[in-house]
Design a protein around this ligand. Structure first.
Ligand SMILES: Cc1cc2nc3c(=O)[nH]c(=O)nc-3n(C[C@H](O)[C@H](O)[C@H](O)COP(=O)(O)OP(=O)(O)OC[C@H]3O[C@@H](n4cnc5c(N)ncnc54)[C@H](O)[C@@H]3O)c2cc1C
Length: 397
């Protein structure tokens, strides 16, 4: 199943990736991680650092699933506002969930500090603007909750937004502790660290998810892997029965421009908005704009490159309506599957498919943050340690 159509971008910014051989014998491992995307990579890292013996298998190549379609805006705020979560799951859990994300952001930043600069991880402020006058009250309510619980946020009036950023929108919330990243190179860098920590990798090795027995699974090629615990970090390609009532697969569009010579906007802030589906964009180290939006409900990706290009032109036009100086051509445009959940929360925790099997499925736009938070939750669950966030994101909720 194709996860992306159109042109890829991040893989072209990287050196040839390290490759790993397919699994060709039966093996035993303490923890088997299925999937070498952002979720599997961070899980392997957190578990290996905690002293576990970890094996990662991927049916394709590490980092080449949805993670290489990721536009790399890392933010503690979710697609669902804190105030919306308050109405949906209650104030206590809403605040816990946002705190989980803020902590995950700080953990990502700490990890990035140990990686080479090739991961292009940069702390950036975000501005979340009201798309219309009608959304200003919603934004004010959101700000009041963020402030009440000390999240790093500041309200910007129309005048302040114009003066500081030249953005003509009714109002915005500025947040910090956010970051931008080159997701493909970040995964490559963490994978290198994982190999040093003793993690075993096998590519072109598909787990036959129907072959699951007690603490054992077969690969499509017929090899047997026995494990103490298993983590399903399989991305959007399989919607497991146990979450099907809460999850769906949609699609979205993204683009990368050619590099811009002129200076970009103030502090190269990352920008997004209250309207849904929302426009969002950021810059790269070499002065490109990465932008996305125009989500569609269907999971049938467009194959025609001219359709994908014209969606990307629409997105770029929206960016140029805000920053007219961003007069630049599109270098790559892509159309990707995207997992969403009905309650806005990811699926992290025990799977019903077997004893000691866990899911790490970071549905919704803040996937990288969920990958990091999820890795820590799964470590605690494996070790039998109480984790205050686990119940909120439990796939069986
Ligand atoms: C266009 C787009 C923009 C996005 N922008 C952002 C953003 O700005 N910020 C953000 O935080 N998140 C963003 N996301 C979300 C983010 O990309 C995802 O949360 C993240 O990639 C999920 O990682 P993953 O490891 O779960 O999935 P993947 O990267 O898809 O990895 C799953 C891996 O599992 C492997 N696999 C699947 N089944 C099997 C099997 N049976 N056996 C062996 N291997 C298997 C696949 O080959 C794949 O490599 C975006 C997503 C898209 C599509």
């Amino acid at each position: 199943m194709a996860l992306t159509t159109g042109e890829t971008f991040w893989d072209k910014t990287a050196e040839a990736a390290r490759t790993f051989p397919p699994l060709q014998q039966n093996v035993h491992t303490d923890v088997l991680v299925i999937g070498g995307g952002m979720s599997g990579t961070l899980t392997a890292h957190v578990l290996a650092k905690a002293g576990k013996q970890v094996t990662v298998i991927d049916r394709g190549a590490v980092g080449e699933g949805s993670s290489s379609a990721n536009t790399g805006l890392l933010q503690y705020a979710s697609d669902t506002m804190l105030s919306e979560f308050v109405d949906r799951i209650g104030e206590k859990d809403a605040v816990l969930f946002y705190r989980m994300c803020l902590e995950a952001m700080d953990e990502l930043t700490e990890l990035a500090g140990e990686l080479p600069d090739t991961a292009e991880y940069r702390l950036r402020d975000s501005i979340y603007y009201a798309s219309s006058e009608e959304d200003v009250d919603k934004l004010k309510r959101e700000y009041s909750y963020l402030k009440k619980y000390d999240f790093p946020a500041e309200y910007l009036s129309h005048a302040a937004l114009q003066a500081e950023y030249g953005v003509d929108k009714p109002a915005a919330i500025r947040t910090w502790h956010d970051a931008e990243v080159n997701p493909y190179r970040f995964i490559q860098a963490v994978t290198e660290k994982n190999v040093q920590l003793g993690v075993s990798y096998y590519e072109q090795t598909e787990a036959d998810l129907h072959s699951l027995e007690d603490h054992m699974i077969h690969t499509a090629a017929g090899n047997r892997i026995s494990y103490g615990a298993m983590v399903l970090a399989t991305g959007y390609g399989t919607v497991f029965e146990e979450i099907a009532h809460l999850a769906s697969i949609t699609q979205t569009f993204a683009l990368a421009t050619e590099p811009l010579e002129e200076p970009l906007w103030t502090d190269r802030v990352m920008v997004w908005e209250t309207k849904k589906p929302y426009l969002y964009f950021r810059t790269t180290k070499d002065g490109r704009i990465i932008a996305g939006g125009l989500d569609e409900k269907s999971d049938a990706l467009h194959e025609d490159p001219s359709v994908i290009r014209s969606k990307a032109e629409e997105i770029l036009k929206e960016v140029q309506d805000i920053f007219p100086q961003a007069d630049v051509k599109i270098a790559a445009a892509w159309n990707s599957l995207f997992g969403v959940s009905r309650d806005g929360l990811p699926f992290i925790g025990p799977s019903q498919s077997g004893a000691d099997v866990y899911c790490l499925l970071g549905y919704e736009g803040n996937g990288t943050c969920y990958s990091m938070a999820g890795a820590k939750i799964i470590l605690d669950l494996i070790d039998g340690v109480t984790n205050e966030y686990a119940a909120i994101v439990d796939p069986g909720r």
